[in-house]
Ligand binder design. Structure first.
Ligand code: SF4
Length: 111
C-alpha cells in the first residue's frame, strides 16, 4: 500500500500491518463466492489487529475507494456506510393529539 505524503512526515499507512501481506487477500478476485468470502475474511482478520484501522477506513470512505478491503470493510460495506452517513437526519413526525371524540362533541352541542 502506498499513500502520497511528505517523506518526512509520519503517515498512518506507515503503521499498516498489511504491509507485506498477500495483496490477493486485500484485493480478492475469488473464482467463487465462498473463495472470495474466505479471502475477505482473511483480510478482515488482519485489519482487526491493525493499529490504524480507523484512519484507514476513514481514508477509504473519504476518497471513495472502490476496490479492496480497507479498514476491515469490503467495497459493499463502505458503500452502505457512505449511503447511511450521507442520509439527512430524519425529523420525527409531529404528534397530533386529538382531544375528545367527535361523537361526544356532537352530543354536547345537541344538548
Ligand atoms: S486496516 Fe487493514 S487495510 Fe487498513 S492498513 Fe490496516 S491492515 Fe491494511
Amino acid at each position: 500500500m502506498s499513500m502520497y505524503h511528505n517523506e518526512n512526515e509520519e503517515h498512518w499507512s506507515d503503521h499498516a500491518i498489511c504491509r507485506g501481506a498477500d495483496p490477493d487477500l486485500f484485493f480478492p478476485i475469488g473464482y467463487s463466492a465462498p473463495v472470495l468470502k474466505a479471502q475477505e475474511d482473511a483480510a478482515k482478520a488482519i485489519c482487526a489487529n491493525c493499529p490504524v484501522k480507523a484512519e484507514c477506513l476513514s481514508w477509504a470512505l473519504q476518497v471513495g475507494e472502490p476496490d479492496g478491503v480497507w479498514g476491515g470493510t469490503t467495497p459493499e460495506e463502505r458503500r452502505y456506510l457512505r449511503r447511511t452517513s450521507d442520509a439527512p437526519v430524519r425529523k420525527p413526525l409531529p404528534v397530533i393529539v386529538v382531544r375528545g371524540d367527535a361523537s361526544e362533541s356532537e352530543h354536547a352541542s345537541a344538548a
